[in-house]
Write a protein that binds this ligand. Sequence first.
Ligand SMILES: [Fe+2]
Length: 189
Amino acid sequence: MSDKKPSTRLYPTRIDIPAEARSQIIAILNQTLAASLDLKTQVKQAHWNVKGSDFYQLHELFDEIATELEEFIDLVAERVTALAGYALGTARLAAANSILPEYPLDIDAGLDHVAALADRFAPYAKHIREAIDKTNDLGDADTADLYTEVSRTIDKRLWFLEAHLQASTTQGGNGTTATAKTGEKAAVR
Ligand SMILES: [Fe+2]
């Protein structure tokens, strides 16, 4: 992979975490950076294109989530540089390295966007939670703490998204769409 060289670049530093551990932590952080940038642009895509009677509240909710992700992006990238690594944060690098699938372009209804985002927040949340343990095992409690902070918020946002879908499946007969009942599949249609 052509980005291998810069991703493993380490600058001289007085930090006391061994270089070998820092290299591995930086690789995890850069993977998170790619996924976070990808997810943020996907949430913005939903923010701009959502339609339907819930337009305004979803438009606002998606923007709030995107703003939160923007803050995480900066935290993650600057943790890479604090560890004397090289942050890989361009749009092209994010697209190439993200663990998330591309956002569906054939949806517009509110609940379809909610389901598509929930389908992406779930693997993102899993990645963040795994990173807590990995960075802890590598002896970097600070990065693990950063991941813990992000993890709590991402779980909360997944709840916010899924609450729309969960309400739809239990209320029934109130005009909700079938799409809401098959939330996990919405993204691959
Ligand atoms: Fe906006």
